[in-house]
Design a protein around this ligand. Structure first.
Ligand code: GLC
Length: 436
């Protein structure tokens, strides 16, 4: 595929999944609207249809709950073969929920970063002014309603909130969850995707059990913090939020709004981040299991996310790159893998090259990591990640994830954030860099 045809096909994938108001992540596997998918999709759309990109953001925010949460799945359209269906969440008629049917969970808050990128490229004060208060309310909700320990670091109550739904990061915390009185349900995620690329049965039961607990607590934030057995502070989520706080602050300045709320969040996160997440022995960041007050000792590629947020010192960044990014036993290519960046270090116990979030490469993680590497001056490494991402897409099309060994595609097809971020990477890439 040439660059031109790659860009044309990417646009075609976004159009194929376009319902007019929101874009499905993929035609069959994900037929509704997903939170961070829509943000990445808006960034892609902005390259060729800015008004439509704005509609994508508006439709996502129109599902915002009254308390500020922006939900992870939004069901603007009716029936589909997706499980869980809208009514399964039991979010209707809650006084703090929104007017559009949705899940009771949230997802990584990358939206303010995307809105800032859109605004910096094509200033649109009207649109930015319209969405700014909603973004602010979401960030406020994350720093307060999900703050369990006064650090302001939001807690996740379900693995699906991390966006890395089936990562080995969650294995120990899920082991402590015993599904009891499981509601009747039928998995639908293996209709369109092979079973060995999807979560194992016992894990899926725990995902459903946690939804059941959440709905019994009516998704009420204090009750969730107090009672959900899964309660985690996640490096990727907190890094994305910190970067988005920075970007929200920049938007506030553009709009002539006050910034002290964001200043406080930024200072607070900076003050607690290392003590909570940095493991100086291994030279990487570790998620934190709030329920047992212990770090989660699993090396997933989210360890690089603090670079995206500017939260690492130059010395920490150098260790991340030398000891982990460039390490062939973990993330660098070797005899067992040809492409960057496996979602889990190859020498981790839970690593599995094709299973959902247990090893395959995800394009949105690659984009976040490349942006972070660039921010710290690791230009060659950033370019290598972008080059590999485009090579995977050229070879295997716009798939949901890719096998790091041979680059073959896994999961859903015609997958939108792979298309949207290909457009972004193509636009950013040095024109002189040859495609391989
Ligand atoms: C999967 C991913 C999640 C994504 C969703 C829709 O659940 O783990 O991050 O938002 O699919 O693409």
């Amino acid at each position: 595929m040439t660059r031109d045809s790659l860009s044309e096909t990417a646009q075609r994938v976004l159009r194929l999944n376009d319902t007019g108001k929101f874009t499905k992540p993929s035609p069959r596997q994900y037929p509704h609207q997903w939170n961070w998918d829509s943000a990445f999709i808006a960034l892609g759309l902005a390259h060729f249809d800015l008004p439509r990109a704005c509609v994508e953001v508006q439709s996502l925010l129109s599902a915002q709950w009254r308390d500020g949460m922006v939900p992870h799945i939004i069901y603007p359209t009716a029936a589909s073969d997706y499980f869980p269906p809208p009514e399964f969440w039991q979010t209707q008629n809650l006084p703090y929920a929104g007017n559009v049917q949705s899940s009771g969970l949230t997802q990584p808050p990358i939206l303010a970063t995307i809105v800032r990128m859109m605004h910096d490229r094509v200033p649109s004060l009207g649109f930015t002014r319209e969405v700014y208060p909603r973004l602010l309310a979401w960030h406020r909700w994350l720093h307060t309603a999900r703050d369990a320990d006064g650090t302001g670091l939001p807690c996740l109550i379900h693995p699906w909130e991390s966006g890395m739904d089936n990562s080995p990061l969650w294995a120990d915390a899920l082991d402590r969850v015993t599904p009891t009185n499981l509601p009747a349900f039928k998995r639908r995620d293996m209709i369109h995707v092979a079973a060995d690329e999807r979560p194992l049965g016992p894990d899926y039961e725990r995902f459903v059990h946690l939804i059941d607990l959440g709905r019994r607590l009516h998704w009420e934030p204090r009750a969730l913090l107090g009672q959900m057995p899964f309660l985690v502070q996640d490096v990727l989520f907190c890094s994305i939020l910190h970067r988005a706080d920075e970007d929200l602050r920049a938007l506030a300045i553009e709009l002539g709004e006050e910034t002290h709320e964001m200043d406080a969040w930024l200072a607070h996160t900076r003050a607690v981040f290392d003590a909570r997440f940095w493991d100086d022995t291994q030279g990487l960041y570790r998620d934190y299991d709030v329920r047992v007050s212990e770090p989660i000792r699993v090396n997933a590629n989210a360890v690089f996310a603090p670079l995206f947020a500017g939260l690492a010192s130059p010395a920490q960044a150098a260790r991340l790159v030398a000891d982990h990014f460039d390490n062939p036993s973990e993330y660098a290519p070797d005899g067992d893998s040809s492409f960057r960046l496996p979602s889990v270090a190859k020498n981790e116990r839970g690593y599995s090259a094709r299973r959902y979030w247990c090893g395959p490469i995800w394009i949105q993680m690659n984009w976040i990591i490349a942006e972070g590497l660039r921010r710290y001056g690791f230009t060659a490494q950033a370019n290598a990640v972008v080059r590999d991402s485009l090579a995977l897409i050229e070879q295997s099309g716009f798939r949901e994830y890719y096998d790091p060994r041979d680059g073959s595609g896994c999961g859903a097809t015609d997958f939108c954030w792979s298309a949207a971020l290909a457009l972004e990477m193509l636009a950013q890439q040095d024109i002189s860099t040859p495609m391989r």
